[in-house]
Every structure is written in C-alpha cells, then in structure tokens.
Ligand binder design. Structure first.
Ligand SMILES: [Zn+2]
Length: 117
C-alpha cells in the first residue's frame, strides 16, 4: 500500500495532495494537521520516474509503429494521456517518510533572530 496517513498524527493525506506532489516532481508533503513534512523515499524516485516519463514515451513509440501513427500532435497527446495514468499509478504506490529537516518551528526562529553577528 502507498502512503495514506501522516506518520506523526495519522491524519489522512488525500489522493489529490499526493497527486500534486508527484506531478510537480515529488515535492515534499506537509501535513495540514500537524505541519510535519514528508518527503518521497529516494529509493523509489527512479522507479516512479519510469512510470511517469519513460514508460509513456516507450508505449507511444511502439504503438506509433504498430498503428502507423505519424502525427506528432497525436503522439504528444498520447504521451500526455499515458503520462497522466503513470502519475496516477505512481501516486497510489509512492512512499513517503518523515523529512530529516522539518520546517523551522516558531521557537527556533525566535532564537535565531536574537543572535547578533
Ligand atoms: Zn500530521
């Protein structure tokens, strides 16, 4: 199963949120409830890239020769269609873990501003 709940507070992470993360190059997801940041597991990034980029291009490359599609417009359209399915598939499979570097909390920010150079 993919990533569906915040690892900190167990709040549901919606499909839409995950989809946007994958679509925009695996952006970190910040939990709406507790603010904990999650990042895509590095080990899987390459695998997901296959689904979202390489496989759609290969599929179009082969189907173009099989069905004799020569229109560049239709080929680009097909890559987008397959790519969308690829992103959706990757979204359901993608794994996240708690980021090592969490967004700066208020207390830490205050300490920083006190310091003089
Ligand atoms: Zn949370």
């Amino acid at each position: 199963m993919g990533f569906q709940h915040c690892s900190n507070c167990k709040k549901d992470i919606t499909f839409k949120t995950r989809f946007k993360s994958v679509f925009f190059g695996y952006r970190p997801i910040i939990c709406e409830e507790c603010g904990v940041e999650h990042e895509v597991d590095e080990r899987y990034r390459f695998v997901y890239s296959l689904y979202t980029v390489l496989i759609p291009i290969l599929l179009v490359y082969f189907s173009s020769s099989v069905f004799g599609i020569t229109s560049r417009f239709i080929q680009v359209l097909l890559v987008l269609v397959f790519g969308t399915f690829g992103v959706m598939y990757a979204t359901s499979k993608v794994k996240y873990h708690k980021s090592k570097h969490q967004p700066i909390k208020e207390g830490q920010a205050k300490n920083k501003s006190v310091k003089k150079s």
